[in-house]
Ligand binder design. Sequence first.
Ligand code: ZN
Length: 208
Amino acid sequence: MEAVVSVLVALSSICLLNRDITTYAAPAEIGDSQWKLIERSGWCARPPKDRATFAGAAPFIIIHHSYKPGMALSESDCQLAMQQIQDFHMDERHWSDIGYSFAICGDGNVYEGRGANVVAAHAPHYNNRSIGLLLIGDFTEALPPSSMLEVALDFIQFSVDCGFLREDYILYGHRQVRNGTICPGDALYAAIQKWPHWQEDVEDIAYL
Ligand SMILES: [Zn+2]
């Protein structure tokens, strides 16, 4: 009996989420793959210049690739990639913070960008009702390694379990909701069309 209780406690702690300060219980080990959720302090993120939140579980998740920087494999290279993306978004594009909500990196971990329930800058009209999920690398011609794809799928389920993505979420590739981009790359875009909840038709956002 004691063993059963301790297992239940361990499972429930996976999704501990404090919405005020956005902390997650980590490492997360769900599904078939094991990954850590590396919070902003773990990749030495700069503080945001501004920050707005939205309430409730997001109805959409939108998949991106970084194109540049390319694939990173070690934890230190992944931290550097996150810093480079944040610097580019804040210093060149003059955004308040890194544009994406979360990123999957080639070290097999998930990196917190703006985080859950924070208005992001990755897809106009969807920034206050979506998770912007980045896969770090150029996936125009080659797919991410299968381990990265598994972590992405695990993380999507984790987001539902934690209550920051709706159970009946809709998944899009960036190119579906933004003209003039080929993001998330042809290879990755072909792959996500087989993922749960991918939808070909784009909802008329005005009526949501
Ligand atoms: Zn994109």
